[in-house]
Ligand binder design. Sequence first.
Ligand code: C5P
Length: 237
Amino acid sequence: MKNRLIVALDTDDGGEIDWITEDLKDTVSWVKIGFQAIATLGTEIFIRMHERKFQCFLDLKFHDIPNTVARDVGTMTEHGASMINMHASGGIEMMQAARKRANAAAKSAKKKTPILLGVTILTSMDEDRFQSNFGSERKITDQVVYLAEQAKEAGLDGVVASPLEIEPIRKACGDKFLIVTPGIRPTWSDVGDQRRFTTPSEAISMGADYIVVGRPIIKANDPLEAAERILDEMKGK
Ligand code: C5P
């Protein structure tokens, strides 16, 4: 389970990132790096995380013209991101260009080819918000499955999606297609702004490959204890 928990370092406090990752380094394998962490530590964060043997999921949710996203993904592959995401709604051409550039960048930098993920519909959205924000009458699940199929067709390795959508995605995209699920809330933590969430053990039993947990760990009084508790829950203890 250690390899399936991704801790979201959603803070712009470099000192906090330092002590939390020092605390978690023997217990957790993956960290998720977003804008806040990059803004405070720059790409130096990859070096610091690699020193602590973490694999890095770069969560910048790219969404731009294919050439720009391909270059962004290529650059971050060279910096050592092992998992990178982009909005699947950016289109097949954008995702294909990213795939091609990531493969080439990894090869020339002699690094492992990164896992590329498409972001489907954010887990903070519920049905009403989705339909009003997108002016759509579609169900969220139908849109999520549609975007997952597009990501697969473009050669991406998987998607970021709510645990509640795992089953239809698996049906449409098969067992090898990775599903990374944020929107995880242990029963003992605050729900915050997440709307479509499950507990860690539910997400694993529903078939998530990786779960992303931010605030329940990094805002806990004791992040290491919180991470251990979540890992135990993932193991079904
Ligand atoms: O603090 P919390 O556990 O809610 O953090 C979840 C993380 O997953 C955040 O970094 C958020 O940006 C990210 N995320 C999400 N929903 C998505 C994609 C990413 O919550 N669909």
